[in-house]
Design a binder for this molecule. Sequence first.
Ligand code: G6P
Length: 491
Amino acid sequence: MAVPRTAPILVASNRGPVSYTLGEDGSLTARRGGGGLVSGLSAIGPESGGVWVCAALGEGDREAARRAGDSHLNPGDTGGQQVRMLDIAPDVFAAAYNGVANSVLWFVHHLLYQTPVEPVFDAEFAEQWAAYESYNAAFADALAQEAVDEAVVLVQDYHLALVPAMLRERRPDLRIGHFSHTPWAPPDYYRMLPDEVAAGVLRGILGGDRAAFLTERWATAFADCCAAVLGAEIIRDGGGDGGAGGMAATAVRFEGRETRLGVHGLGADADFLRERSRQADVDERLSTLRAQIGPGRKSIVRVDRTELSKNIVRGLLAYRRLLETRPEWRERVVHVAFAYPSRQDLAVYRDYTERVRRIADEINDEYGTEGWTPVALHVKDDFARSLAAYRLADVALVNPIRDGMNLVAKEVPVVSERGCALVLSREAGAYAELGEDALVVNPYDVEGTARALHEALRMSDGERADRTKRLAAAATALPPQAWFLAQLRAL
Ligand code: G6P
């Protein structure tokens, strides 16, 4: 049965707005995902007829996709949008998602390789790349089927870099935008990719009318790669469209087409966060955390996926160094570290998680006393507990090696009750907007990070509160719904 062309607005992303678990009795339970895109999309409302195309990620998703057949899933609580989940063959999906997207493209954009030994682009990678192409083609096919004439399509992230060009080939009438939620690598690093891959990814994105990023820094790096790898012409007219006012590079011209560049710095969703963080389950966790920290002690909070780019290990080393060089903080501070498991199919992620646990244990063995555990490490994902930690944090540590934006840095100032000092990496996209009121660190400099933690802990109540107010204002300048609408408008 052919899918009718009904959608005037489409979103495409690897991870969709909902995931399903399959019960033993064969029942399916839907769970809404978090993140800016899910709340952003609610801006257009169910009556817009929007469709979200995503991949089925686990067994539950696959079963839901199979049962839906050619019709849409409409799980509710996703802003009323219809969802189409693609049941891509498991081996193709694994090669595209684990092999290319998360082991190669993610590593390149976050500068994560230990280059004397990796990456190695061998025959196995060539196969994975072919899988990545067919996984992108599956998205392009589905979008081409669903879209009405001249529909607007918003393609998300590095998983789907080839979709814009593939979709243009199938449907030249559509308005296509690509949004990168990651940083973009500088040309010298990017060129580690095999030539056809380096060029393929850029050509893929340039197939769209627009390529948008979280900060100007990543947009400029993308333009630089287009010039270095493809010999594309970069237009620098000092103008720029929505969200890109005054940008150095404003468009890329290649093979007779022009792709405009845009910047939309996704902000925190203040209304949602303030409301959600006052609910009973958060209050409950707040009491538990308070008891765990102990009366009169300060807290340094971090919340991350256990992700190599988040730099959790150096964060712990900096905390250890703080306890070593500033003994006055011993027994007076607790480092509350939430490191939620992520991408556990990949051995490097599992090893990294182990390393985080080990160092936390070491610090507790070295410095812990009868009534004081210096590091409270939690690895089980719990959003309500993260919000509780945001409420009570005296210091937030956000020190990624590189990060597209980092929403934790933006959420903490909004939710914080008494003001919270922010120690922030200059390599996070959020630095562009929050740098002035944060204590800025070089993420590789453990000694410097330890000093910043000390300064943050010493900050006066008044100064902390003032800075937090300004941080919260900057962090909420472009909430998810406005962010989403700005992209639509620009297309
Ligand atoms: C980053 C990416 C997203 C991705 C998320 C979680 O924020 O930009 O596209 O969904 O990480 O990673 P996962 O592999 O679990 O989807």
